[in-house]
Write a protein that binds this ligand. Structure first.
Ligand SMILES: Nc1nc2c(c(=O)[nH]1)N[C@@H](CN(C=O)c1ccc(C(=O)N[C@@H](CCC(=O)O)C(=O)O)cc1)CN2
Length: 299
């Protein structure tokens, strides 16, 4: 499909997510029929951030639609770190729970690293614990962070092998930038990581065959930063004023401009974001099978 008034083809995250969901549903049905295994996902949300509430609700709804057990814990914004850690420990010990997801960001008084150090790596379906991050670094990943995994799937389906390509990741978060760079490297791309201290970012971008933007700044990457023929992956989700008293979602890339030069581009919404929740379901199924001592799944 080609973007309106542009050269780029649109990478349809929703269609890819629907396809992956169908294969997860089939594998979940098989594991239930053959082994009586029902994957269990527990979500924890601290506070009342409206976007986080929507994301977590969608995670629970998707889990239920796949026949998973789904439990949700909504804690007040002023819950103590000790109380949150006690809940994580209880879920670690619950045999009906195979995946635990603590929605980010957490309130400032709770240390993210304390939560991740408490979470059982075998149930870490976000793959954020030091153990799972270390396995990825060692080339032995078991559970892989959801949005980076979704990006790799979109790249594979869109351009096939990325070996030897120049890939640029803008942003170095634990949730996205760092694992994404490791996955691109494992796929034999030549990887550059850019961040707020990078000099002449526009020029660095112009070298990228694969440009991945995860900066959290609306339409920050301009069209003339894009190498002609590049694949542009926009991980940003920014709510901005639409000018008519309403708001709209835009990515970190100026989509219309970038689509003029790119060969392939992800839209926002409907691109990378659409893959995140379904990759979480994939991880929950993988974790459940591993905890039950079953052979690794090929999904
Ligand atoms: N523990 C985690 N926290 C956060 C994660 C995460 O993977 N694990 N990622 C983000 C938020 N997130 C999931 O939690 C997420 C973001 C976006 C989407 C999505 O479907 N986006 C849609 C647009 C949705 C909308 O209309 O708002 C799209 O891009 O098409 C799903 C999940 C931060 N926290």
């Amino acid at each position: 499909m080609t973007a309106q008034n542009s050269k780029a083809s649109i990478i349809d995250g929703k269609a890819h997510a629907a396809k992956l969901k169908a294969s997860i549903a089939a594998e979940a049905a098989r594991l239930k029929a053959e082994h009586g295994l029902v994957p269990g996902l527990a979500t924890i949300l601290v506070g009342n951030d409206p976007a986080s509430e929507v994301y977590v609700r969608n995670k629970n709804k998707t889990a239920e639609s796949l026949g998973f057990k789904s439990v949700h814990h909504h804690l007040p914004a002023d819950v103590s770190e000790a109380e949150l850690l006690a809940l994580v420990k209880a879920l670690n010990a619950d045999p009906s729970v195979h995946g635990i997801l603590v929605q980010m960001p957490l309130p400032k008084h709770i240390r993210e690293e304390a939560v991740l150090d408490t979470l059982d790596p075998a149930k870490d379906v976000d793959a954020l614990t030091p153990y799972n991050a270390g396995l990825l670094l060692s080339g032995r990943a078991h559970l892989v962070s959801c949005t980076p995994m979704g990006v790799m799937m979109l790249l594979k389906e869109t351009i096939g092998s990325i070996a030897g390509m120049e890939a640029l990741v803008i942003g170095r978060s634990l949730l996205f930038g760092k694992p994404a760079a490791q996955l691109l490297l494992a796929a034999n791309a030549t990887v550059t990581m850019a961040h707020s201290r990078t000099k002449d970012l526009a020029e660095v971008c112009r070298r990228a065959d694969i440009l991945v933007a995860a900066i959290g700044k609306p339409e920050f990457v301009r069209g003339d930063w894009v190498k002609p023929g590049a694949t542009v992956i926009d991980v940003g989700i920014n709510r901005v004023d639409a000018g008519d008293g309403k708001s709209k979602l835009v990515g970190d890339v100026a989509y219309g401009e970038a689509a003029e030069r790119a060969a392939h581009i992800t839209p926002v919404p409907g691109g990378v974001g659409a893959m995140t929740i379904i990759c979480l379901m994939r991880n929950t199924l993988i974790a459940a099978a591993a905890l039950a001592g079953l052979p690794p799944l090929s999904l």
